[in-house]
Design a protein around this ligand. Structure first.
Ligand code: ACM
Ligand code: ZN
Length: 766
């Protein structure tokens, strides 16, 4: 994925209202059921409870599933018998009218009844039963001293969408079998029913194919450059051994498919084509246009020019062989063929591809891609399967039966639906969980942009411009997790949770049942469940966002503290100490007139619920002064305009935070007018590197001063010793001190590799 900038975080005006304790009595179910009525009293699950089942083998299996899901944490060896009079009774009733996956759950003081028309419906209901019990039920070890009670309730529940998906990229970083199963467990507890497994990409081929063993012997391994930033990793050199990677054997794949099937989750494999296949071409270069050679790239590649040759029939034979093995392993109705981000440069130059264009009467390379996808679709359809691909498969004409996965926005899904095709919505703006979920300064390195929990929760998969018939073709929505910056399972969990929790409600619950405030109350219980299950997650939504602005008229800095949390109790300090329950309660924006470090956090019932946010206010002699730009700043990275560099506010880790200003080209050259002769002894300026976004530190900075604005005398220089390839995401301060001078104008000249710069001056003394 390579995308332009994303929207910045939306702040929320604080509402200080009380959350009633009566909410505690309502079970914290996520996703919220379609219909739910609370009843008085509780049911208590005892060690001698009997689980009865009726309605055939599906009911018996579901009863066993319930027992095995309750066993580890309760330690209860519950017995199952055929019948209708258990303490808990599981009923399979296919005769009645049921919506797909529907179940009904009634909890009374003395008995629990779970009924559905399918064992799939029963399984979704079992997930609700677990959430009715104390969070400790999600633990793997027997929990002592827990009373296993459920509030009495009547639930009728069914999903809004048929496709409730979550994707996982295992190419950019290979994640092992144990984690893949844990990921499926997480999906199941959220009533997600599609696991989209991204098994192929440039940086690794992860599925064993018997007919083409080199796909994993060669394609699954790359040189280890994990110590370097993703987008500046040198390709494999001659003689270097490829040691980093991994793959799933066909037995592993079968195990995952069966494990997911046990949780009524369909695994949809993605076998990328025609591009994002550097790993495959490293193994079999004969299916490229050029013949290679290729190596598996150890990091980012852009643009994606390595591509299968669409002119050679052998390419299609190769792909059909692969897909035949894939279809033997995956019983899913859909096979995902990728189709995204294919740069057609090679096709333009390849005689075979050009001959194909001519022979088939195609207009251009877009139509050649369409030919490619249609030909693959015919093969899949001939085996009774359906093709799904990223929205680029619309280019040059959509294959007749294809379903579109709309990622670049909503447009692909809209275009698909308007032409009578199905679509799954996974727009980057709401569904890419590899994007930062909070301030980059405190989050693990991620894709640029910001996708907050609240934004995910606000997602409406059906675009309003579709009519009712077209809207029916939006079969669901999906979260995506690309793993360029994710090397281990714990980080993957942290990135998807709780955003997947929000998405589960978007995809399962009726739209009118969604309520952000109520969701946040239920989310706290969900987090207790994650804790019990040993699942990592982000508390980013309990983060205080600090937004500072420079007030020209008063020369002060106004600091606003906000949070996505409804009714947050924010406490803050200005002396650098950590805030506590004794710290002042934030109720209105803070007016800052002096240097300070402000720290703030959210508290709830006497405890800090998230992390501490901090912001340095750096008021100094340059603050608010006039800046003359000898080289203009980039319009794309303008910060808040002319005074951005001297607003006295340190930039955060996010270069879109309004406090950084960017310069595209080679140099930066600005002059700060202090208004009068001023005695200074040092100057410093801060710069950012974000190599993934092609933002580099300057090689060096020259400071000079002048009394009249035309004759400048050097003050000092500061340089960086950091190699561009090692810069990653960092901020560096270029400091220079010197014998005191009297000056009115300070010139700052930075020599780049620069694309983005934040500069401010400090330590200026009269
Ligand atoms: C994608 O993110 N390239 C589908
Ligand atoms: Zn070709």
């Amino acid at each position: 994925m390579q995308l332009p900038s994303l929207p910045v975080m939306v702040s929320v005006v604080l509402l200080l209202t009380a959350c009633g304790p009566q909410k505690e009595r309502i079970p914290a179910l996520i996703p919220i059921p379609a219909e739910m009525k609370t009843l008085p009293g509780h049911f208590t699950l005892k060690p001698d409870a009997r689980i009865a089942w009726t309605g055939g083998v599906g009911a018996a299996v579901s009863a066993e599933t319930l027992v095995s899901e309750l066993r580890p944490s309760t330690g209860f060896e519950l017995s199952t018998t055929e019948g209708t009079d258990g303490d808990i009774t599981v009923i399979l009733d296919p005769a009645s009218e049921w919506k797909s996956e529907e179940y009904r759950l009634t909890v009374k003081r003395k008995s629990v009844t779970l009924t559905a028309g399918t064992s799939e419906g029963l399984f979704r209901g079992i997930q609700t039963v677990r959430q009715m019990l104390p969070p400790a039920v999600f633990g793997k070890e027997t929990a002592a001293d827990i009373k296993w009670t459920m509030p009495c309730i009547s639930v009728t529940d069914y999903p809004r969408f048929a496709w409730r998906g979550m994707h996982l990229d295992v190419s950019r970083h290979f994640l092992d079998m144990e984690f893949v199963k844990k990921y499926i467990d997480i999906l199941a507890m959220h009533k997600i029913n599609v696991f989209h497994w991204h098994l192929v990409d440039d940086q690794g081929w992860r599925i064993e194919i018997k007919k083409y063993p080199k796909l994993t012997e060669i394609g699954a391994w790359r040189v280890d450059r994990e110590d370097k930033p993703w987008n500046s990793r040198e390709p494999q050199k001659n003689g270097e051994e490829a040691t980093y990677g991994g793959f799933y054997t066909q037995d592993d794949i079968r195990e995952v498919v069966a494990y997911a099937a046990g949780k009524y989750i369909t695994v949809v494999p993605e076998i990328e084509m025609p591009a994002h296949v550097g790993s495959a071409l490293a193994a079999y270069p004969e299916y490229s246009c050029t013949g290679g050679p290729f190596t598996v790239p150890p990091g980012g590649v852009w643009p994606i020019t390595d591509i299968y040759c669409a002119g050679k029939d052998e390419t299609f034979a190769f792909l059909e062989d692969i897909l035949a093995e894939v279809m033997d392993l995956f019983p899913s109705e859909y096979i995902h063929i990728g189709g995204d981000e294919a740069d057609k440069t090679e096709w333009k130059q390849c005689p075979d591809c050009q001959a194909r264009i001519k022979k088939e009467g195609l207009k251009d390379e877009h139509e050649l891609q369409s030919y490619f996808i249609k030909r693959i679709e015919r093969f899949l359809n001939s085996k009774g399967r359906k093709l799904i691909g990223w929205d680029e498969i619309l280019q040059g004409g959509l294959a007749p039966e294809a379903t579109v996965m709309s990622w670049q926005g909503f447009e692909g899904g809209i275009a698909a639906a308007r032409s009578g095709h199905k679509a799954v919505m996974t727009p980057v703006s709401h569904c890419y969980f590899n994007i930062y979920q909070g301030d980059p300064a405190t989050e693990p390195e991620s894709f640029r942009g910001l996708l907050t929990l609240k934004k995910v929760y606000s997602f409406e998969p059906v675009p309003p411009e579709l009519n009712a018939g077209e809207a029916e073709l939006i079969i669901g929505a999906q979260g995506c997790l690309w793993t360029e910056y994710i090397t281990d399972g714990a980080t993957a969990e942290y990135m998807i949770l709780p955003r997947l929790t929000a998405l589960s409600e978007v995809t399962w619950s009726p739209a009118e049942k969604r309520n952000w405030e109520d969701f946040n109350i239920r989310l706290l219980k969900m987090m207790d469940r994650f804790d019990a299950a040993g699942i990592n997650y982000s508390r980013g939504s309990f983060h205080v966002d600090m937004s500072a602005s420079y007030d020209d008229s008063s020369g002060s800095i106004v600091l606003e503290l906000t949070s996505e949390q409804p009714s947050p109790e924010i406490r803050y300090s200005t002396d650098g100490t950590d805030p506590s329950t004794d710290s002042p309660l934030y109720d209105k924006p803070l007016k800052m007139t002096e240097k300070a470090t402000v720290k703030a956090a959210i508290f709830r019932e006497g405890k800090m619920t998230g992390r501490i946010s901090a912001k340095s206010i750096n008021i100094n002699k340059a603050t608010g002064m006039k800046v003359q730009y000898n080289i203009p700043f980039s319009d794309r990275y303008r910060g808040h305009g002319d005074r951005t560099l001297v607003n006295g506010i340190n930039g955060s880790g996010d270069f879109n935070d309004g406090h950084w200003q960017g310069f595209e080209g080679t140099d930066m050259d600005v002059v700060v007018d202090l208004g009068q002769l001023t005695r200074i002894t040092s100057v410093s300026s801060s710069f950012m590197a974000a190599v993934g976004s092609w933002i580099f530190l300057p090689r060096g900075v020259e400071y000079s001063s002048s009394a009249d604005g035309s004759n400048f005398t050097p003050l000092g220089t500061a340089t960086t010793l950091t190699d561009p390839a090692d810069q990653g995401n960092t901020t560096e301060t270029y400091f220079s001190s010197f014998p005191a001078v009297e000056a009115r104008y300070i010139r700052v000249f930075a020599h780049g590799q620069i694309r983005l710069i934040k500069m401010y001056l400090k330590h200026l003394f009269l």
